[in-house]
Design a protein around this ligand. Structure first.
Ligand SMILES: C[S@@+](CC[C@H](N)C(=O)[O-])C[C@H]1O[C@@H](n2cnc3c(N)ncnc32)[C@H](O)[C@@H]1O
Ligand SMILES: [Zn+2]
Length: 276
């Protein structure tokens, strides 16, 4: 568990007091105690939040797809920004999933990174990946609308394909700190949609982008390129990561089941806001 994160960023989720490491636990002065699991993560979710987030199967599919490298160019674009806006600082990855981007950002920005996600399976995978890669980060099960973090502790918050809790991100950012948000661009996965739908329409821009006066839009960028998936498993893993997985007809699903080569555009919108 990264010591900079524990001492400078984390708060007790019950009483908001400081947390310290004691043995294999995080402990606050009032005695609230959170065990660090053997995989290296801690559960700081409230009872109401527990059990939420992505399933074990979805986490496994996303891990397999991301580790095949299809989103590497997008990850590079995120890392460039993490390094530019928060080098050597504290970065919170809100809705971190398996830490694919958190760990890359930690390396690129030489930063102390803390990832939160409601999915225990995702956080466990992230902590294990950090250990495997020798990266000293911190991962915790926690909801991102109410993070166990001190006010103004973060140099940057990353929020990639996860719900955007703008007010909460603003609370935990230092004045002058940055929020890096990413979502699907208008042509994202057009090729995949072409297999499962008769009429392919453009994606809408994310509807939950920050709209509060204290977060000022400083940069907007687009990363767009074509990928070719040559394995059926990769195609199905990608499909299971999309919202279409839950709203595709039997015919669309069958068409994809019969596909073992897929060319598709990937298209990402990146927005960088500064707390003023
Ligand atoms: C589409 S995934 C993106 C994960 C990661 N950022 C990535 O791009 O690989 C969205 C993640 O947000 C998490 N999530 C959804 N709602 C959340 C919430 N309220 N608090 C914390 N995590 C949440 C899910 O468990 C899931 O891991
Ligand atoms: Zn406490």
């Amino acid at each position: 568990m990264n010591k900079i994160i524990v001492s400078n960023a984390l708060n007790c989720p019950v009483c908001e007091a400081d947390l310290g490491v004691q043995g294999n636990s995080l402990l606050c002065e009032r005695g609230h105690c959170f065990d660090i699991a053997s995989a290296g993560y801690v559960n700081l979710a409230t009872a109401k939040q527990s059990g939420g987030g992505d399933s074990k199967e979805l986490v496994a599919a996303r891990t397999a797809f991301l580790s095949a490298g299809y989103y590497e160019r997008f990850a590079d674009a995120i890392c460039e920004r993490a390094a530019h806006y928060a080098r050597g600082g504290i970065i919170i990855d809100a809705g971190c999933g398996e830490g694919y981007y958190s760990l890359r950002a930690a390396r690129a920005a030489e930063a102390a990174v803390c990832g939160f996600d409601l999915s225990k399976f995702a956080v466990m995978a992230a902590a294990k990946a950090a250990r495997r890669q020798g990266i000293d980060a911190a991962f915790a099960v926690a909801g991102i609308f109410n993070m166990p973090l001190k006010d103004g502790c973060a140099d940057a918050v990353m929020n990639l394909f996860a719900p955007c809790a703008a007010q909460e991100f603003c609370r935990v950012l230092k004045v002058g700190g940055y929020l890096i948000v990413a979502g699907a661009g208008e042509h994202h996965l057009q090729g995949l949609k072409g297999v499962i739908y008769d009429n392919v329409t453009k994606n809408e821009t994310r509807a939950d982008l920050p709209n509060i006066p204290s977060l000022c839009l400083r940069e907007q960028a687009r990363v767009r390129y074509d990928i070719t998936l040559r394995r059926h498993e990769d195609i199905m893993a990608l499909f299971s990561m999309t919202p279409y997985f839950y709203r595709t007809s039997e015919a669309g699903r069958a068409a994809l089941e019969a596909t073992d080569r897929l060319e598709t555009t990937v298209d990402f919108d990146i927005f960088v806001y500064q707390k003023v």
